[in-house]
Write a protein that binds this ligand. Structure first.
Ligand SMILES: *Cc1c(COP(=O)(O)O)cnc(C)c1O
Length: 420
C-alpha cells in the first residue's frame, strides 16, 4: 500500500490542483472512523461534505451495492428498469411530492431545477421568452458548472470563467425586504435558496425566514427552489432543513407550523449515503410536467445501481433514527462548544443545527489559524476542514454515538486549550 508521503506526492505530481486538501491520506473507513495507510485512526468530522451521513461503508448500503452490481448496473433511460420506480415511489412518499427527476451530482440537480423553473415560467407563468429571472442569495454555493458559478460571488469560483449565464438576480441572504423588492419584477420565475448556507460557513437564517420567503414567493407566483443537497437527509436534525422543528422520521404529516414546502426540492450527497452519486429534483406534476421526452436527461441518471443504493441509504436513515440522533447530539455539541467558548478566546461564535455546526475562529479570515487548528486536530485524531478562512465546520456522520461524541469533544477541547 502507498504510504501517506507517496500518495500525496503522486497526487501533487499528476493531479490537477483544483483542491487544497489537509495533509492526510485516507485508506479505509467504517462508520464514524477513517484510517490512514499507516493505520492511524481519525474521527471524520466532514463526512465528505455531508454525503456520508449514514457513516462510511454502511453494511446495509454496501450489501445493496454488491447485490445490484452483480445483477444490473446501467440500462440508460432508453428502457425501463425494475428498480427506478421503487426508488421514485420511496422518495416521493418520503419527501411529500408527486414526481421526481433523478440525476447524479448535486450540480446536475441544481441545473435541472433551473431548467424546470425557466420552462415553467414560459409555459405556465407567461414570462416573455428569454426573460425569466431566478433570484439567488449572496454567499450561495450551488455547485461548479458554468451556469452555477455565473451567480456565485466567490471570486475564486467565478473569475476568468466567463462569459456568464444571464438571468440571475442576487439578494442578501436572510433579508426578506430585499427579496420582496426583487420579487416585484414579473419576469422572476424562481427563488433558489439553501435553508442553511453550508459552504458559506453554516449560516443559519432567522427562524421565520424560509416561511416568510415561501409566502412572498406564493404571493408573486414564483417557485421556491430549496437546495437541500447538504442540509437534507437528517443532517440538521430533521429529514429536511425546511422541516424546521418537526420531529417526524420522514414520511410525516409535515405540519404547517413547522414545514415550509418548496415548489422544487433538490437532493444529492447523502441521498445515496456517499456510496454512489445520486441526486434528484422533486416537484408536483403541475410543475414537473413541463419536461417532456427528450428535453432533459442523463445517461447515468436513475441507473439501477445508484437508485438501489439510494433506497438502502434512506432505509438506514429511518431504521437507525438518524434524525433524532442528529438532533440530540447536535444540541450536546453546541452546548459543549459554547462552554469552550467561555474558556477559550479562540472561539468567536458557535452556530448550527443538528449535526451541521461551525465554530468561527477569533482571527482574521485571511489568517491561517483555522487551517493550523485543523492540522492540530488531525494530529489529535479528528478531521475537520476550514471553510471561508476562519470558520471550521463540524459535521460528523449521523451514526455517531454519544460516547464517541464526548471523546471528540475532548479532542477539540484539548486542541483549542493547548493553542492558548
Ligand atoms: C455540494 C453541494 C452542491 C453541489 O453538489 P456536487 O455533487 O458537488 O455537484 C450544491 N449545493 C449545495 C448546497 C451543496 O452543498
Amino acid at each position: 500500500m502507498l504510504s501517506t508521503k507517496d500518495a500525496i506526492a503522486l497526487e501533487n505530481q499528476y493531479g490537477a490542483h483544483n483542491y487544497h486538501p489537509l495533509p492526510v491520506v485516507l485508506a479505509r473507513g467504517e462508520g464514524v472512523y477513517v484510517w490512514d495507510p499507516e493505520g492511524n485512526r481519525y474521527f471524520d468530522f466532514l463526512s465528505a461534505y455531508s454525503a456520508v451521513n449514514q457513516g462510511h461503508c454502511h453494511p446495509h448500503i454496501i450489501d445493496a451495492l454488491k447485490q445490484q452490481s452483480e445483477t444490473l448496473t446501467l440500462t440508460s433511460r432508453a428502457f425501463y428498469n425494475n428498480v427506478l420506480g421503487e426508488f421514485e415511489k420511496l422518495v416521493c412518499d418520503t419527501f411529500g411530492f408527486e414526481n421526481v427527476l433523478p440525476m447524479n451530482t448535486g450540480a446536475e440537480g441544481v441545473e435541472t431545477a433551473i431548467k424546470i423553473c425557466r420552462k415553467w415560467a414560459y409555459e405556465k407563468k407567461g414570462v416573455p421568452e428569454n426573460e425569466a429571472k431566478i433570484v439567488v442569495c449572496s454567499n450561495n454555493f450551488h455547485g461548479r458548472t458554468t451556469t452555477i458559478i455565473s451567480f456565485s460571488d466567490d471570486s475564486n469560483a467565478r473569475d476568468h470563467f466567463g462569459p456568464y449565464t444571464p438571468g440571475f438576480v442576487k439578494v442578501p441572504y436572510n433579508d426578506l425586504q430585499k427579496l420582496n423588492e426583487a420579487l416585484q419584477d414579473e419576469t422572476v420565475a424562481g427563488f433558489l435558496v439553501e435553508p442553511i448556507q453550508g459552504e458559506a460557513g453554516v449560516n443559519v437564517p432567522d427562524d421565520d425566514y424560509l416561511r416568510k420567503a415561501a409566502e412572498l414567493c406564493g404571493r408573486h407566483n414564483v417557485l421556491l427552489i430549496a437546495d437541500e443537497i447538504q442540509t437534507g437527509i437528517a443532517r440538521t436534525g430533521s429529514m429536511l432543513a425546511v422541516c424546521g422543528n418537526c420531529t417526524c422520521e420522514g414520511a410525516c404529516e409535515r405540519r404547517a407550523d413547522t414545514y415550509v414546502r418548496p415548489d422544487l426540492l433538490i437532493l444529492g450527497k447523502a441521498l445515496a449515503g456517499g456510496v454512489y452519486p445520486v441526486s434528484a429534483v422533486l416537484a408536483d406534476k403541475e410543475i414537473m410536467d413541463v419536461i417532456k421526452p427528450g428535453q432533459h436527461g442523463s445517461t447515468f441518471g436513475g441507473n439501477p445501481l445508484g437508485v438501489r443504493v439510494a433506497i438502502a441509504a434512506l432505509e438506514v436513515v429511518r431504521d437507525e433514527n438518524l434524525i433524532q440522533n442528529a438532533r440530540k447530539l447536535g444540541s450536546i455539541f453546541r452546548s459543549e462548544m459554547k462552554k469552550l467558548q467561555s474558556e477559550c478566546s479562540l472561539v468567536a461564535t458557535v452556530r448550527g443545527k443538528g449535526l451541521l455546526n461551525a465554530v468561527e475562529i477569533n482571527d482574521s479570515p485571511d489568517s491561517s489559524t483555522a487551517w493550523d487548528l485543523c492540522v492540530k486536530l488531525k494530529e489529535n485524531g479528528l478531521l475537520a476542514k476550514p471553510t471561508h478562512g476562519n470558520i471550521i465546520r463540524f459535521a460528523p456522520p449521523l451514526v455517531m454515538t454519544k460516547e464517541q461524541l464526548m471523546e471528540c469533544i475532548s479532542i477539540i477541547r484539548k486542541t483549542f486549550l493547548e493553542w492558548g
